[in-house]
Design a protein around this ligand. Structure first.
Ligand code: ADP
Ligand code: MG
Length: 317
């Protein structure tokens, strides 16, 4: 994809926060040269553990944090040259929910519309309340809304100026299963209507189910950026857990084993490449190395394994 086709283009972005208090050093290096493109029209997942730099990146894109260096362009607008249009192209739902408790959902949306200079005739408050299933809370005080309702109101608030990109920072953190499902539906509905969605999460399952493309960051660095399908199938790996008949001193080895780990005195986990061997062969290999097998379970590699695999590979390098 060429740069101009990207909904968001990020090049060599570095963020070093200013040092706080009396701490030594130059402050925290939150982003260490991140480059990636977010394609138009999809649901893009920015995945990584807490402290990875997800919010920092999102907040730079949304113009809420100033980068140390690098280039960012949003919907074709460079944030340094044209922050106004870059900002207008994005609706952001920040990680922290903040509302004036004395406004009603309708007022929250009307105020936000006013802030964006959307003329009354073009305001979408009613339509947006409906879209986030809050029409019956139209006139309730924001402080009386549940956490999930507030989250949905934040989504509506982010969309008042009809931006082509919606960014959600940890939309389902601390949200129960039912509300999480509702939020996922909402995100998919908005995406179906043509909005490019970017969301951050540290839930792998969420990213796997929702996003068509996933970038993983860790310690401020991009680890991978691939279509979800590829990322999952990249792991043609399977994990087999064995309980053996005696204490293990030396782990079995084989070129097709990508990882072997001792999980207890008599239990091991072998991760293997299903394109090279099958489970039966792994069993035979383990037995052939003198181990008696008492129990076996297998599972497919999921994104969590991909993540552990990729991050540990990077850290070891
Ligand atoms: P994530 O959203 O992936 O959890 P953040 O972007 O919030 O990560 O944080 C990345 C790193 O930057 C963390 O080490 C965090 O402590 C640090 N950090 C975040 N915000 C600030 C700030 N305002 N001042 C100093 N350090 C910060
Ligand atoms: Mg965060």
């Amino acid at each position: 994809m060429s740069e101009s086709d990207a909904a968001i283009s990020i090049r060599d972005v570095v963020k070093r926060y200013a040092p706080t208090g009396s701490e030594d050093g130059d402050g925290k290096l939150a982003l260490d040269g991140v480059s990636l493109d977010v394609p138009q029209g999809g649901i893009f997942g920015l995945l990584g553990p807490n402290g990875a730099g997800k919010s920092t990146l999102i907040n730079i894109i949304a113009g809420m944090v100033v980068k140390t260096s690098g280039q960012v362009s949003v919907w074709g607008h460079d944030i340094d040259a044209d922050m106004r249009n870059a900002k207008a192209s994005i609706g952001i739902v920040p990680q922290e929910i903040v509302f004036d408790p004395f406004f009603t959902p309708f007022e929250v949306l009307e105020n936000q519309g006013g802030m964006w200079g959307v003329a009354k005739a073009f305001r979408r408050s009613e339509e947006l309340l409906k879209a986030v299933h809050l029409e019956d809370k139209r006139n309730a005080y924001a402080r009386t809304l549940s956490g999930g309702m507030k989250r949905r109101l934040m989504v509506a608030k982010a969309m008042v100026h009809s931006p082509p990109i919606l960014v959600l920072d940890e939309p389902t953190a601390g949200v129960d299963v039912e509300l999480r499902r509702l939020l996922w539906e909402l995100v998919c509905e908005l995406n179906d209507s043509g909005v490019t969605v970017v969301l951050t999460t540290h839930y792998l399952e969420e990213a796997e189910q929702l996003c068509d493309r996933i970038a993983i960051i860790n310690h401020g660095r991009l680890i991978t950026n691939k279509p979800t399908r590829e990322l999952v199938s990249m792991m043609s790996e399977k994990i087999v857990a064995f309980t053996l008949d005696r204490d293990i001193e030396q782990l079995p080895t084989h070129p097709a084993f990508t990882k072997t780990a001792k999980t207890g005195d008599r239990t091991i986990e072998i991760t293997f490449d299903t394109e090279k061997v099958n489970t039966g062969e792994v069993l035979a290999l383990v037995q052939g190395q003198g181990f008696g097998i008492e129990d076996v379970t297998t599972r497919e590699a999921d994104l969590e394994d991909v993540f552990v695999h990729l991050t540990s590979a990077k850290e070891a390098a």
